[in-house]
Ligand binder design. Structure first.
Ligand SMILES: Cc1cc2nc3c(=O)[nH]c(=O)nc-3n(C[C@H](O)[C@H](O)[C@H](O)COP(=O)(O)OP(=O)(O)OC[C@H]3O[C@@H](n4cnc5c(N)ncnc54)[C@H](O)[C@@H]3O)c2cc1C
Length: 457
């Protein structure tokens, strides 16, 4: 079977490539290969009752399948160059924002109408943050919520299913160069294409490394972010979340001059497991539907670690720390802030007696046995700094789940078209190491599709 363009991976990057290609060049024959299931068959077996922890399914429904890692996410589309990726370094700041705004319009058109676009511009909190040695980053954020995000994905799939050949549960094994394009070897046979867009996200990171090695495409080692997920009563942060929904706040620690930042804030949300290559870490999301909301807000506090010579395995470092927490806790560990400060582990009894009811079943333990001192000290300093703008953050009963790790893919050598040294072989989204978010990954898909469609006119 021969296609004009083969897309590997049906996450936001792959979906928006397919969407824009079918819109601009409907005559092109396009296929999408996806290792995971169709959206309707994606179901994580953890129900919190019979199955409480990760079973390491062959295809993780949280990370893989139509919608990619974003399918059950909180659906926060941040429109900003300040975080979420460095796409702007390749395509320019103005174009990056325009593409993210375009993605936002499509999301609104395909089910997101009625959702709110929040913005930091003109916010009184910028001043309050600065007065307390905190910096509020600039962004607009569309919060679709896990439920509406699912509806948008369903609608996008219905839009695409008759225009694109989808191959689900069909991982791509490798990619070969041919005289006039590429042969894509999959678990379901060989397929040829003139152009190939790789958008395999975080779950495809190891595969991506293999492909780069096999095709001699240069890569650079990247960073890893480590920290905890904080869960506290929603009222503590409601003045910020009501106005901004998500606030990205950076704090520079006094002790080590490290930057600690808030990440992925979920007002009235839940804390969830995340499984990356068999390692269980923590994440969070929230629903737009009021019925599904909780009394708690959660967000991550992360510290970035960049390594220098001779060490270059930043993800390996993050994995080792996550494995340590899995070893001690059998999965994710939860600890009360008060217990952490007093140098003692949390127990089931102390958590039960606390004023914050955990939304994730995790093992009460001691995070100081897992996280390096420098990182933990930074997190504690930031909790006290946040307490000044959101009193109650440093309460004894505030829950800390660990560990939260943000793995970053190796950054692949790409030109300004996001093309490798091979004509027609593009790498986009989180798999490229350039993006780390829904909006940046989606925007990179639109960008490459426009490039291919322009050449195909
Ligand atoms: C729980 C959770 C919550 C999140 N919340 C947010 C949020 O609110 N806002 C935000 O901006 N970001 C969020 N993120 C991050 C966001 O989901 C990612 O940045 C985004 O999905 C990246 O898109 P992508 O298309 O590059 O990759 P992915 O979404 O990871 O998609 C890649 C796809 O490729 C497939 N694949 C991998 N290897 C192969 C192969 N060899 N052959 C075929 N298919 C393959 C995978 O199965 C996957 O479906 C969240 C992530 C998680 C896990």
């Amino acid at each position: 079977m021969r296609y004009d363009t083969i897309i590997v991976g049906a996450g936001p990057g792959g979906i928006f490539s397919a969407f824009e290609l079918t819109r601009l060049a409907p005559h092109l024959k396009i296929a999408v290969f996806e290792a995971g299931h169709p959206l309707s068959r994606r179901r994580c077996p953890i129900d919190g009752e019979k199955i409480k922890s990760c079973l390491n399914c062959k295809s993780c429904s949280i990370m893989s399948g139509f919608g990619g890692a974003g399918a059950f996410s909180d659906g926060k589309y941040n429109i900003t160059n300040d975080f979420g990726g460095t796409l702007y370094e390749y395509i320019g700041r103005k174009q990056a924002i325009e593409l993210m705004q375009y993605v936002d319009r499509i999301n609104v058109q395909y089910g997101g109408e009625g959702t709110r676009l929040y913005s930091t511009s003109g916010s009184q909190f910028k001043k309050l943050c600065i007065q307390n040695k905190l910096k509020l980053l600039d962004a607009s954020v569309r919060h679709l919520g896990t439920d509406i995000n699912y509806v948008v994905l369903e609608n996008l799939f219905n839009e695409l299913k008759d225009k694109v050949d989808f191959y689900f549960d069909t991982p791509v094994i490798d990619i070969e160069l041919t005289e006039d394009g590429y042969t894509v070897n999959t678990s379901g046979g060989k397929f040829d294409a003139v152009n190939c867009i790789i958008s395999v996200g975080r779950s495809g990171s190891k595969w991506m490394e293999q492909v780069c090695r096999a095709l001699d495409i240069g890569t650079r080692s990247n960073r890893v972010d480590l920290g905890v997920r904080v869960e506290l009563p929603a009222v503590v942060f409601s003045h910020l979340t009501d106005e901004l929904y998500e606030s990205k706040i950076v704090y520079r620690t006094e002790k080590f001059e490290d930057n600690v930042r808030t990440f992925c804030m979920n007002p009235c949300g839940i804390v969830v497991h995340e499984n990356t290559n068999g390692i269980v870490t923590v994440n969070g999301h929230s629903y737009e539907d009021k019925e599904k909301q909780t009394d708690n807000t959660n967000f991550a506090l992360l510290v970035s670690k960049h390594f220098s010579e001779p060490f270059n395995d930043s993800n390996g470092y993050g994995e080792s720390i996550a494995r340590l927490s899995n070893m001690l806790g059998g999965g994710v560990i939860v600890q009360r802030f008060g217990d952490l400060i007093r140098g003692r582990r949390s127990t089931v009894k102390r958590i039960e007696e606390g004023l914050v009811t955990p939304t994730l079943t995790a093992t009460p333990g001691d995070l100081s046995l897992v996280l390096p001192k420098r990182i933990l000290d930074g997190i504690i300093e930031m909790i006290y700094a946040l307490d000044k703008i959101a009193p109650g953050t440093a309460n004894d009963d505030t829950l800390l789940y660990g560990v939260e790790v943000k793995f970053y893919n190796m950054e692949v050598d790409l030109d300004k078209d996001l093309m490798t040294r091979y004509k027609g072989l593009y790498i986009i989204g989180d798999g490229s190491g350039i993006t780390h978010s829904l909006s940046h990954a989606s925007a990179s898909g639109v960008y490459v599709a426009r490039n291919i469609a322009g050449k195909a006119q």
